[in-house]
Structure formats: C-alpha cells, structure tokens
Design a protein around this ligand. Sequence first.
Ligand code: SAH
Ligand code: SF4
Ligand code: F3S
Length: 470
Amino acid sequence: MNTKTTVISEAQLQTQFGFCDQISAYWVNQGRTPKAYVETYGCQQNEADSEKLRGYLSQSGYTIVQEAEGADVVVMNTCAIREHAEQRVFGNLGALTHTKRRHPEQKIFLCGCMAGETKVSDRIKKSYPHVDGCFSTHHLWQFPEILWNVLSKKKRQFYIEDEPGSIAEGIPQVRDNVLKAWVSIMYGCNNFCTYCIVPYVRGRERSRKKEDILAECRCLIEGGCKEITLLGQNVNSYGKDLPDGVDFSDLLSEIAALPGDFLIRFMTSHPRDAGKKLFDTMASSPKIAKQLHLPFQSGSSRVLKAMNRHYDREKYLDLVNYAKSVMPELVLTSDVIVGFPGETEEEFEETISLIQQVRYDSLFTFIFSPRTGTPAAKMEDPTPKEEKNRRFDRLCAVQNSISEEIHESYVGKKMRCLVDGTDKEYLTARTEGGRLVRFVGDSACIGTYQYITITGSTTWSLTGALDKEA
Ligand code: SAH
Ligand code: SF4
Ligand code: F3S
C-alpha cells in the first residue's frame, strides 16, 4: 500500500469549485433555491467533516435546513465504531424512502466511516436503491463532483476506493457555532488497536502543516471564537510525518501564543504518545484548558496488550500521576471498553480499581462490539452477553458515584466560565475543565466569560449563580 500522504492541489480544488458553479447554475435554471440537510453521527471528526459538506453545499447554492423532509439533498455522515451505531444509520436510511416518495427529486448520499466498509457499500448497492451516492472519507473533497454527477447523469455514484488518505486545504466550511470551533490538526490513525475500525476507514496518520493550522486558528479568534478544540485520533503523534520536527506540544504553544482571550482544548490523546512535555506545556499556559481526555480502555495490562495499546497499567498510572502533579485542577475524562474478548472477572475488577484510583470526572463507557476485519473480531469471546451487561452496569454505577462526589466538591467555588447558550429557562456555561453549568442570567452575556459561583450539582452537571461583582 502506498503510504505517502497526498496533498490535494489547488487546481484539483478549483475543479471542485467549478462543479459547485455548475450545480448553482442548474438550480438557477430550475428557478428556485434548493435545500440541503446533513445528518452527523459519531465523533467530532465527523462533525468537522459535516461543516465541510455544508460549506460545499452552500457554495453550490443550497440553503442548509434542519430536517430531511422536503430537502433536495440529504447527506448521512456516518460512524462505524460500533454495531449499534451502524444499525441506527440503516434504520434512518430506510426511513428516507418515505421522504423521497413525498419528494421524488430528493438526492440521498451516505458518507463517512461506514462508507469505507465494503460490506456497507455492497449492501447500499443491493438493498438501498433510493441512495444516489456513497463516498468514503477519502473522497469527501470530491463531493461537488459526486453531487453534480448524480444531478446531471441521473446515475448512482460510488466513490469508495480505499486509499491511505490525503489532505485537502481550502474546502469551505459552514460552522455550527461562532464561539466554539473544531480544528482538525491531523487525519487517520496508525495504531491499529485490535478492536478498532478507524484505521481501516480513515487511512494513515497525516498531519496538516503547522502554518495552515495557525492561520485557521488566527482567523477563528479574530472572528470571535473563544474555544478551539484541536482534533485528531491521536493528537500526540502530530508532526511525526512532517519534515520540520514540530510536535504536538510545540503546536499547542504556538497556538496559545496567538493574541486574544480564548481557550484551547484537544482530543484524543493516546497514552502511548502522551508525556511530560505535553503536561508541562499544558501547565505553563493559561490559554490551554486544564482538561485531558486520556482513554485507558482497560485496567488490565494483559487486556491492554491484547488490544495492542502499547502501554500497561503502571505506565498509564504514572502518566496520570504526573499530569495531576503539575495540574492539580486537571479535569480528567476517559474511554473504557468492557467485555473485550477473553476479559476475565479479575481483569474487569482491575478496570474498576483503576477507575477508583484515578477518579475520573466522567467516563465514556462501551461494551465491546466486534467489527468485521479487525483482529479482535476473530478472537475467542466466551463471556455471555448478560455477563458483559452486568459488568457494564457495575462500571457505570461506580463511575456515577465518583462523578457525583467530584461534582459535589465544586459547590461553593467561584469559577470563570464561558457562557455558551441556553437550556430552557437557563443559560449554559462551561468551566475551563469543560463541565456544564446552568444558571439564571441575561442572554446578553452569551459569548462572554463570567464568574459563576457553583450552588448545586448532579452526576452530570452543575448549577450556579452569576457573580455580580465580577
Ligand atoms: N482515537 C481514540 C478513540 C476513538 S474511538 C483513542 O484511541 O483514544 C472512541 C472510543 O470508542 C475508543 O476510545 C473506544 O473506547 C471505543 N471503541 C472503539 N472501537 C470499539 C469497539 N469495537 N467496541 C467498543 N468500543 C469501541
Ligand atoms: Fe482506534 Fe486505537 Fe486509532 Fe484510537 S488509537 S482510533 S482506538 S486504532
Ligand atoms: Fe465513528 Fe469514524 Fe469517528 S468510526 S467515532 S465517526 S472516526
């Protein structure tokens, strides 16, 4: 397989903009403004990709709408991480036969991580004739061409060839939120954790150039953005494929040095590549949020080895201890998988004890889901489903009581928070660590930093009162 990163050239991108113009002209001829709906599943990387899909659609004359009913284009940007995620997509895709029956001109596309699986594209070809186009993440930059081919040739389009992946700079973006932005700093993954499908559907690790990332961040901050979340499957290996020797910590420092009042967050960190330099950099800058998402997956060193994670329980705990020693206020979150093939009761208890030792602010908990083509899907898995469910429930109960206790300890503290929206009669805000706070206040303060005194807490969120003196 060719592992060299391909950069999509300016000329190739201009060709795509040419297709946008043709699509716009097509709709001018039809005498109306078309509508497009993009539905996003999965992680922030997909959210960021959807902003590009919307960018291309806007440039092609479409108005972005919030529902599939009556839309001229529907794009399902999908996630393949677990079986359940895929079943949901197939269910919703099936339901689109009805929206299309009511609006026969509707064009339906499936893209994202599921579109990179042959078993999915085969099923779309055979059993979902109402889907007009299917393209994997590697072909997102060609969306205008795919859409134009569907409109002009009246033929289904499949852009699903597997590739190591490319980098395309300059695709227009329609962002959901001015205050908070996702910025992808790299794409793909080289880790091949044995349970995970991401490297198969998103290609090899490739880093954007530092200058491109800095320019994007500068532009966001000048436009009023207050929180930038840097995205990558493994941000700690940023730069390994670049010639200039820059690493993730260097990148963080340079972004933090940009003028303006803003916070930087990032995800995801892989414990294999995270280290002291990163934590020291975080500790040294007030613009880098003291928040870390550091997935551990299992508390058992044997299971971690079977997962191909390249660290053990001890190394993980050492990392966390160091991070907490330089950032005592650190908000720590993580991902964990229960019921990996062959996980014993004792190994599961090691996961519980790790959680109790680390005391995460919150956890994303998953039951192992076999993914076709990954090594773990072929491993012997004798543990019954009921037993995995029991372990899962126990894990959630342990974590919930820890989250509740940690949240209780916030009560009485005064915290600087970014006010970011509304929830029914409340305003919502985020602490530097990313915790959600609801409070009563004037919506004019949305978009500003405010001091809020925490007055109450639950397992998942905080309530507070605006500090009038601040
Ligand atoms: N790149 C990130 C994770 C991306 S996927 C990292 O390595 O940390 C998000 C989470 O989904 C993973 O951390 C893992 O906990 C979970 N996950 C991935 N594949 C899974 C599978 N086959 N079954 C259950 N959970 C899975
Ligand atoms: Fe998947 Fe592992 Fe890569 Fe994360 S690091 S995306 S879990 S293969
Ligand atoms: Fe899902 Fe793809 Fe993200 S599989 S979790 S949308 S990288």
